[in-house]
Design a protein around this ligand. Structure first.
Ligand SMILES: Nc1ncnc2c1ncn2[C@@H]1O[C@H](COP(=O)(O)OP(=O)(O)O)[C@@H](O)[C@H]1O
Ligand SMILES: [Mg+2]
Length: 296
């Protein structure tokens, strides 16, 4: 059995392009032949599903009261019992297919209370490893090549589950001092996870996003990010109205028939970055067991 590579998109800040990057890297990997599963943990607004025009469908199922099980269910104590009852259907019910290649496990309003619920679990090794357990037991057997998890722009128990489970994080940054400091904070956080729990999470890629090369500021930040992260800096993704328009239309730029020049450039950047990411994560598998698990 192949074990899928797992990756999370994360930075403790909203609006830098986590969801956009997850969606576009997902499609890029898929176009290059990988079987890709996208998992939306980023919150009940369902941005990742909206990228593929699937959110209406999810909302309808919620209205029909037909929204169980869902992504928040897999974190619950009852999940194992649900699987016993429903069998394989429990997992298959979670997964939607898109018309751009990747499959998606959509977000759900239940994610709202998930951080607090996880906070009630005493043992850190249990609190943070629920997603890992779910992916290992129920998703790994499905044979995906890559599982990409989109995280919220905030550091909480849900985020830690995402990082713990994937061990590889892709960080979209805009050209700004705030991003630079958040990136440093994330590095320290990851170090602490390593020290406290024996879970080595690797900063796999920093993606400069919404880059407008005509501005001096953007150039300066690009240089700074390159100097600080020479090994993992990705090709910059240009700011492109087409990305925004495509998202509004429920698709990625890969699905736009005649993209503009910047749209084209964004596409090739995503494709190159996806290629590079695949090489990088192949070197270090996600599911190596933690070496030390301390519970304090
Ligand atoms: N390269 C880009 N060019 C133009 N707009 C972008 C680009 N990347 C993201 N956006 C837009 O910026 C907004 C925030 O992006 P999003 O991916 O939702 O950020 P996050 O998930 O980090 O909160 C969205 O409206 C998105 O369409
Ligand atoms: Mg998002």
């Amino acid at each position: 059995m192949r074990t899928p590579s797992r990756v999370a998109t994360f930075i403790d800040k909203g609006g830098t392009g986590k969801t956009t990057v997850a969606a576009h890297l997902g499609v890029a990997l898929s176009e290059a032949g990988d079987d890709v599963l996208l998992v939306d943990l980023a919150g009940k607004q369902g941005d990742l599903s909206k990228h593929f025009g699937l959110w209406d469908e999810v909302e309808e199922s919620i209205e029909r009261d037909d929204d169980w099980p869902n992504i928040s269910t897999v974190f619950q104590d009852e999940w194992d019992i649900i699987v016993e009852k429903l069998g394989d259907a429990a997992v298959h019910d979670l997964i939607l297919s898109t018309d751009e290649g990747p499959d998606v496990i959509p977000a759900h309003p239940g994610l709202d209370s998930l951080d607090a619920e996880l906070g009630n679990i005493d043992k850190p090794s249990d609190r943070y490893s629920r997603l890992d357990t779910f992916l290992t037991e129920y998703v790994d057997p499905l044979g995906y090549d890559v599982v990409l998890v989109d995280l919220p722009g905030i550091t909480n128990n849900v985020t830690y589950n995402g990082l713990w489970a994937t061990r590889h994080v892709v960080v979209p940054v805009e050209a700004g001092v705030f991003e630079a400091s958040q990136l440093e904070a994330l590095e320290k956080d990851l170090e602490k996870m390593g020290e406290n729990f024996g879970v080595e999470v690797e900063l796999s890629m920093v993606v400069p996003n919404k880059v407008d090369r005509r501005t001096k500021l953007a150039k300066e930040y690009l240089r700074e990010f390159r100097d600080a992260y020479p090994e993992i800096i990705a090709r910059p993704v240009p700011v492109s109205q087409e990305i925004r328009n495509a998202a509004d239309e429920g698709r990625t730029v890969f699905d736009v028939e005649e993209p503009s020049k910047t749209g084209e450039r964004a596409l090739s950047r995503f494709a190159e970055n996806a290629d590079e990411l695949r090489n990088r994560i192949a070197e270090k598998p996600s599911s190596s067991p933690p070496e030390v698990v301390s519970d304090d």
